[in-house]
Ligand binder design. Structure first.
Ligand code: 5GP
Length: 194
């Protein structure tokens, strides 16, 4: 997606050969117009999949997920990373190791919001080693629902996540695929036209 690639080039900061900072439009301050375009792009790519629910993880997945849900006309449910006072029981729970925080946490979704009949699109901001997406896939599987797709904004293709997710057989759509962050420069895997 050209608009996302342009934004990464103009505002992204390469913190190391492994970490890209995009706090100005995604992870702290957010760009609503870009999020809307992203929602439209995911909706276009997944419109024929009969999606009934979008699942993401707090917090940075929520903005693109809600825009996609708006376009597809379906509800969005986000997995919580922390225990909530109002959300204690009746949960699907999975363990996720965080790439950026280097810690393992439970993620949870209330059983109330995922049904076995749901066809789920999973959305997340980054794909690194695939642990967040695998945790979300696990939660969806526990509910008996069908994961029909994974939508990622920024895939770091030089890390292991893409390969791991491909092994699950679930369709993956990444809007920007980063081949390398070497020498402080973002290099994309492919030039896109969308
Ligand atoms: P994974 O579970 O695929 O290893 O990592 C995905 C999660 O880690 C994303 O939800 C995102 O929050 C965070 N993450 C991974 N790599 C990066 C990165 O380079 N930059 C930022 N801002 N977040 C990242």
């Amino acid at each position: 997606m050209q608009a996302l690639q342009n934004k990464i080039c103009s505002e992204g900061k390469v913190l190391s050969a492994e970490v890209l900072k995009v706090d100005s439009f995604l992870n702290h301050q957010m760009d609503p117009a870009l999020m809307q375009d992203i929602g439209r792009e995911f909706a276009k790519r997944f419109v024929d999949e009969g999606i009934t629910k979008i699942v993401t993880i707090e917090s940075s997945g929520i903005a693109p997920a809600i825009m996609t849900g708006l376009e597809l006309g379906v509800s969005v449910v986000f997995a919580r990373k922390r225990k909530s006072l109002t959300l204690q029981n009746n949960l699907y729970i999975s363990q996720v190791h965080s790439f950026t925080k280097q810690e393992t946490n439970d993620i949870s979704i209330s059983k109330e919001y995922l049904q076995a009949t749901d066809r789920v699109l999973i959305i997340d901001d980054f794909l690194a080693n695939g642990q967040a997406a695998l945790g979300l896939l696990d939660v969806v599987k526990q509910s008996g629902a069908t994961a029909v797709g994974i939508g990622i904004l920024i895939e770091k293709s030089f890390q292991s996540g893409r390969t791991l997710l491909e092994q699950t057989g679930v369709r993956i759509e990444s809007l920007a695929r980063v081949a390398s962050l070497e020498d402080g420069t973002v290099t994309f895997l492919e030039t896109v036209t969308a």
